[in-house]
Design a protein around this ligand. Structure first.
Ligand code: S3P
Length: 420
């Protein structure tokens, strides 16, 4: 079996959430193509509809009717953020200054993920947010006027940075967020493209309050680099593979995984570079490669956070040791992704060791395949499905539905490529 051919991936999940939300503040209709079709982005879509925003799918192009500076209406129901941390955290920031009362709820996994990292700084801006249980959903937000804030983030988080900047769009004065390391900058790029006043000075970003609505946009959303990472890994590991992935987002704050695999010895080339609304896009070509172990350092983590389970899989097939340091944030994702990936890889015979802030793994080792405990986490389910392409037995996932969170159809696409 070899993986051969060309693929085009669903739109970037992070950019899709933002495109929907920011379009709500637009001065007309925004048209979004290649919006991510997963459940998480649909959750943001429904949350916006619940707040009175009109969104329609017209033959695959999603039209969002911008409502100007004050577009939101009192929702009739609680905002159910499902499994989506990005929906919960960014919507909190987006709605904090609007005169509506909103209850935020989520599924079992999201209700155990920390929300205080967002609502504490918002409270410092004057936001009225109360939590029933210290730092978790459900939360109650009563929107009201906000002060500007200068906030130093304790960790690099694009979600927290974005929530504060979105609240800052309606605060009195300029709001600044300083990050200890670079995190994905899709919020900054898209707000700038839509006419917001933003100043970026290294890891400090300042936003001025909006004096007029954002400009509506036409946006063909780049393919999701995090989705591409599964196919890159598959192409590197399955013998005799040669894959082309078309029109993938290669925003520099998202592609630390690409640099990491290149350091491992991967043959991945970039062609046909382009740019849309500040987002770099390109085609990637991946060929099967002999890999060696590497060390991932804390300052790289934020730019490959969602790809770290794949580093464990690649490390199991690389010669020597692969070490991931400074990744404690992985413990508060859709599952505790350090424990989730270590347990699965151990169960398949990998020499992997859990650390408080990451893992180390020695390779190469054969993988047995068999049972996969997904913990309901799409990225664990997808990583182990890719591992199944090189394992002795076929993988048996306890939950395939969770893959729909980011990439419905992923398993079929992987199967189609490997049948060729
Ligand atoms: C995201 C930011 C990251 C990432 C998540 C999506 C975003 O989370 O893990 O999948 O869209 O801003 P953090 O901001 O918590 O690091």
């Amino acid at each position: 079996m070899a993986l051969q051919g060309e693929i085009k991936l669903p739109g970037d999940k992070s950019i899709s959430h933002r495109a929907l939300m920011f379009s709500a503040l637009g001065d007309g209709v925004s048209r979004l193509d290649n919006l991510n079709p997963g459940v998480d982005v649909r959750t943001t879509w429904e949350a916006l509809i619940n707040c009175g925003i009109q969104i329609e799918d017209k033959n695959g192009a999603v039209h969002v009717q911008g409502g100007g500076l004050r577009p939101f209406q009192q929702p009739e129901r609680a905002l159910n953020c499902g499994n989506s941390g990005t929906t919960a955290r960014l919507m909190l920031g987006l709605l904090a200054a609007h005169p509506i009362h909103v209850q935020f709820i989520g599924d079992h996994s999201l209700s155990r993920r920390p929300m205080d990292r967002v609502f504490r700084p918002l409270q410092q801006m004057g936001a009225n947010v109360s939590a029933q249980e210290r730092k978790f959903l459900p939360l109650m937000l009563s929107g009201r006027g906000l002060w500007a804030l200068e906030y130093r983030l304790p960790y690099a988080s694009a979600q927290v940075k974005s929530a504060i900047l979105l609240a800052g769009l309606h605060a009195r004065g300029s709001t600044t967020v300083k990050s200890p390391a670079y995190s994905r900058d899709h919020t900054e790029q898209l707000l700038k493209a839509m006419g917001a006043k933003l100043k970026i000075n290294g890891r400090a970003v300042s936003v001025s309050p909006l004096t007029k609505p954002l400009q509506a946009i036409d946006f063909s959303i780049p393919g999701d680099f995090s989705a591409a990472a599964f196919f890159i890994t598959a192409g590197l590991l399955v013998p005799d593979s040669d894959l082309v992935i078309r029109q993938v987002g290669v925003n520099p704050t998202r592609i630390a995984f690409l640099h990491a695999v290149q350091e491992m010895g991967a043959q991945v080339t970039i062609a046909n570079r382009n740019e849309i609304h500040g987002e770099a896009v390109a085609d990637l070509r991946v060929r099967t490669s002999a890999l060696k172990g590497i060390t991932i350092h804390p300052e790289q983590i934020a730019n490959l956070i969602d790809e770290l389970p794949l580093i464990a899989l690649l490390g199991s097939q690389a010669t020597g040791e692969t070490v991931v340091n400074g990744a404690e944030e992985l413990r508060v994702k859709e599952s505790d992704r350090i424990t989730s990936i270590v347990n699965n890889m151990l169960g398949w015979g990998a020499k992997i060791f859990e650390r408080p802030d990451g893992f180390s793994i020695e390779g190469p080792t054969p993988l047995s395949g068999g049972i996969v405990t997904t913990y309901g986490d799409h990225r664990i389910a997808m990583t182990m499905s890719v591992a199944g392409l090189i394992s002795e037995q076929t993988p048996v996932l306890d939950n395939t539905k969770c893959i729909d969170i980011s990439h419905p159809g992923f398993l079929d696409e992987l199967r189609d490529l490997s049948d060729k």
